[in-house]
Ligand binder design. Structure first.
Ligand code: ADP
Length: 169
């Protein structure tokens, strides 16, 4: 069975141990996938985020998932794309690595990622998908953990990128 798969759809519907939120550093919610997760999950998640207080770019924190079908939400903060000279690639890699690390530390078996930073944060989708897939493959190999990873793409362009890159593996 494949450990890394892609689906097209809404991440709030995913019945996995943890869904990942593309949050902002203040953890105060917003638009895009962040807004969708807080709307669907209810106020409990925001309550926990307020207590945590914030999360630097590239890092990740975990909360429960309120009314969502998943058990946890891992909130990570992807980089804003400023053109490529502000360490954006490494920061995106860290966002994926730190989310996976939290999944491992909490003994989780499945995790679903949105396409972090590719919405309002403007990270080029092709580059972001390569980083997401490579970082995930390396993490699973290096850590020898059996975590099922699903990339949940909201738009067709991202879905095609992931399908093409995951094909044949
Ligand atoms: P960022 O600020 O990290 O760019 P966005 O939420 O603006 O975050 O976008 C990240 C990605 O999440 C985009 O590709 C966007 O299309 C996607 N997205 C938006 N809503 C959802 C959702 N409900 N489920 C999954 N992905 C979503």
């Amino acid at each position: 069975m494949k450990n890394i798969t892609v689906v097209k759809g809404d991440i709030t519907k995913m019945n996995v141990d943890a869904i990942v939120n593309a949050a902002n550093a203040e953890l105060r919610g917003g638009g895009g996938v962040d807004g969708a997760i807080h709307r669907a999950g209810g106020p409990m998640i925001m309550e926990e985020c307020r207590k945590i207080g914030g999360c630097p770019t590239g890092e990740a924190v975990i909360t429960t998932a309120g009314n969502l079908p998943s058990k946890y939400v891992i909130h990570t903060v992807g980089p804003i794309w400023y053109g490529g000279n502000k360490n954006e690639e490494k920061l995106l890699e860290s966002a994926y690595n730190n989310s996976l690390r939290l999944a491992k530390e909490n003994g989780l078996n499945s995790i679903a990622f949105p396409n972090i930073s590719t919405g309002v944060y403007g990270f080029p989708k092709d580059l972001a998908s390569s980083i997401a897939i490579e970082t995930t493959r390396n993490f699973l190999k290096l850590n020898e953990v059996d975590i099922k990873v699903t990339f949940v793409c909201f738009d067709e362009e991202n879905f095609q990128l992931y399908e093409n890159k995951l094909e044949g593996h």
